[in-house]
Design a protein around this ligand. Sequence first.
Ligand code: PLP
Length: 332
Amino acid sequence: MSTTDTTDTTATIEPSTDGTDLAARTAPAAAKAVPTAAPAPVLLLVPGILGAVHGEAPFHPADPAAPQLLVTDLGVTRGEGVFETIGVFDGRPMALDAHLARLQRSADMEELPVLDRAVLAEAVAAAIDALGAVPEAMVRILVTAGPEHGTPGPERPTAWVHAKVAPDYGPEREGIRVTVLDRGLPTTAPATSPWLLAGAKSLSYAVNMASLREAARRGVDDVLYVSSDGYALEGPTSTLLVRLGDRYVTTPDHAGVLPGTSLGTVFEALRTEGVVCEETLLTPEQVVASDGAWLLSSARLAAPITHLDASELPVDHATSARLSAIIAGRSV
Ligand code: PLP
């Protein structure tokens, strides 16, 4: 997995309350002095997350290098909150409606209020605009449960949108080595134990990050989680796609995986061509015996699995490139 992100230089941003002319006001001073530097990240705070209040800007820029969060925010004290990472290709946020719908789905699972998706969509567009023209970027939307009850701060979720240039995923789009890790939950967990929040894109991602560190310790790039009843699930930040002859298969949502927006885009495109796409539980052995397998995600796109632990899988670079192009909304 690529862990290098060289884009975290910071812009000096004058906080504003009107949300206008963001691109001009967030232009990084450093970029003027060094024209070849990558654009600095852009941060927009979204106080209008539950709906724009008359006379108040629903979002406004803030300094991404300065502290912005109260120490009592439940996002940090309890890991309560939800997020989305949206891939932006040639300035276009991909599958934005699906990301916003999934954000609300995760929010519902954590009993957070109804979020204003129109405000969020506008903030995402403004952040992309302010970042400037780059081939590949990623925008994160983060929504926490807000400050702890009875502490200073507004009685509403804390929300922000952060845009930055994407890291170079080129090597992973060529192939990744993957290890199988036990997630410790059966595929029935969502039905029997919804409080475990299986399939929510929650801010409590420490387990997912620990899994990736375990992959690194094993000298590989990524992880395929397996359920305690023996089925292949998903990666810590990606969806499993498997080709079986001329069919494409993924893990059913009811097994406790996050419904992938990239997978949704791929299935929609393939079904238009008459290709059979199914949700079926597979064992890791069936994945190894398949005609190809990928981990899909919004910014990294389609990463073909070259090895699942010691077993080698067939890799079809043309199909990988095509799947990535579909997710990125680019012509193949
Ligand atoms: N599964 C998990 C657990 C994820 O965290 C992600 C994305 O981060 C995905 C799947 C892939 O989702 P998407 O294609 O919407 O990026």
